[in-house]
Design a protein. Structure first.
Length: 468
């Protein structure tokens, strides 16, 4: 794939304003006078009613950028694979005084409408002009989303007519590209994320020292996220799990490793850190109170950041335990973006089992990883040398598996080679013996199981990364 090249863009407000004013000025100069004239649009027939059907007023409607027709691409613009985008594709190479992307959409009620633009931008900032129904383009600024595989969004207001409307994105400056476009949407949630990872739970054999159970998660967004964390042991015996931990304790740490909350027996609140009052009633009202009084729980309202939950046995006891994070404020802002758990993988009932829930209305594109050898860079001893990975649905059926991420195992939901997609995701494992699966999962419950090849044992990490 050819690389999109931008001139250096300074982040100072002054230069941002100069670039935006230049976009408007160049669009306004007649083609005969402009040094880099805007390409003349190619004449085409007006869209028909079937090409731009009119949605029900007020309903959520989304238009994929890659839907050609009815959309129109010109110049350098073309459709690219995008595993993190809603339809699996995006439109790139818009701008550079060449490529344009035109959406043809229907509308019922004329007037001002708020449109959410879902885009991808790996640069510090990019710019575009948006022309509605052939009118002069309005300048738009697109902040970085972190990479060209990460979807973000901005909102703007447009004036639509009854019937068919055109929304054209372009950039007439040579050498200056717009972001890549995933879709636009009206009357939908302001975030372009329409599904999210709701809950995390991982079961593993908990020992002592480096072999305790460690669960990590990220709160991503602009608002705090309310969660309940649990450490479950005795309750597992009721589910037929042998050797359940009798008295699990729970610690919550921030991204610096500082202890910010702890608990041992959920009916006895430990005041300290972010816990400033008795939590017993809140835990009961959450609907997620542990069954056994020896189990632990913490309710926390967490700002966007990364966090770690650690489960140990009281007095260094060992056994099988479950670490869980439940989302008590389900929403698209913030979300639980990534979840991971490190623990000791043994055999039989003592393998590592990670569970997660896809919540929302649309499928969620994720990458699931089983990491062992790569833990050496963190000084973790007794690493699992060759972890294997299985993905099961809510009914327990095997829907995907992998052993060594550079060798795709076709079967279930995996229908083609995934190596390139794993590399492009930005989350390729660091060791060829580690495993990974990319999956586009419908809302529901899923389980990832990590074992050692040929029943080997050791410390491993099971991870689920949100690719959207």
């Amino acid at each position: 794939m050819k690389r999109q090249i931008d001139p250096p863009i300074k982040t100072h407000v002054f230069w941002s304003a100069v670039i935006v004013l230049s976009l408007v000025a160049i669009r306004a100069i007649p083609c005969a006078l402009a040094q880099t004239p805007t390409p003349t649009a190619t004449a085409s027939a007006s869209p028909t009613a079937t090409e731009c059907p009119r949605p029900t007023p007020g309903s959520c409607v989304s238009y994929e950028a890659e839907s050609v027709p009815p959309n129109i691409l010109t110049g350098s613009a073309f459709v690219l694979d995008c595993p993190t985008c809603s339809g699996g594709f995006k439109v790139g190479y818009v701008g550079n005084n060449s490529g344009t992307l035109q959406f043809n959409i229907g509308n019922v009620v004329p007037g001002r409408s708020s449109v959410t633009i879902c885009y991808l931008n790996g640069d510090p900032v990019r710019y575009a002009l948006l022309s509605v129904n052939g009118n002069q383009g309005m300048p738009l600024t697109f902040p970085s989303t972190g990479s060209f595989q990460t979807v973000g969004s901005i909102q703007t207001t447009v004036v639509l007519n009854t019937g068919c409307n055109t929304l054209e994105f372009y950039n007439p400056i040579v050498g200056s590209w717009t972001p890549d476009f995933d879709r636009i949407q009206f009357n939908c949630p302001t975030s372009c994320v329409t599904s999210y990872l709701g809950n995390l739970s991982t079961r593993s054999f908990v020992q002592t020292g480096d072999d305790v159970l460690i669960g990590g998660f990220i709160v991503q967004g602009t608002q705090p996220k309310k969660v309940i964390l649990r450490a479950i042991g005795p309750e597992l015996s009721q589910r037929g799990v042998p050797n359940a931990m009798a008295d699990p304790t729970l610690e919550l740490h921030d991204h610096n490793g500082a202890l910010i909350a702890s608990n041992n027996n959920w009916q006895t609140t430990i005041i300290g850190g972010i816990i400033t009052s008795n939590q017993v009633s809140d835990i009961q009202n959450s609907g997620h109170a542990p069954v056994d009084t020896s189990e632990s729980a913490i309710i926390a309202n967490l700002p966007p950041d990364s966090y770690t939950a650690i489960v140990r046995g009281v007095n260094n006891t060992t056994g099988i335990a479950l670490v869980e994070v439940y989302d008590l404020s389900p929403s698209l802002d913030p979300i639980l973006a990534n979840i991971s758990t490190r623990g000791l993988v043994e055999t039989g009932d003592d393998v590592m089992i990670g569970g997660f829930i896809v919540q929302g209305t649309q499928p969620k594109n994720v990458i699931i990883r089983a990491i062992g050898p790569d833990l050496s860079q963190y000084g973790v001893p007794n690493r699992l040398a060759d972890p294997t990975l299985e993905l099961h649905n809510g009914d327990g059926a095997l829907i995907g598996s992998n052993d060594n991420w550079q060798q795709t195992i076709i079967g279930g939901i995996i229908t083609s080679n995934q190596v390139q997609d794993i590399q492009n995701s930005g989350h390729a494992p660091g060791n060829a013996n580690e495993s990974a699966i990319i999956a586009n999962l419908s809302p529901g419950n899923y389980t990832a199981t990590v074992r050692g090849m040929n029943n080997t044992t050791g410390v491993a990490l099971v991870e689920v990364y949100d690719l959207q």
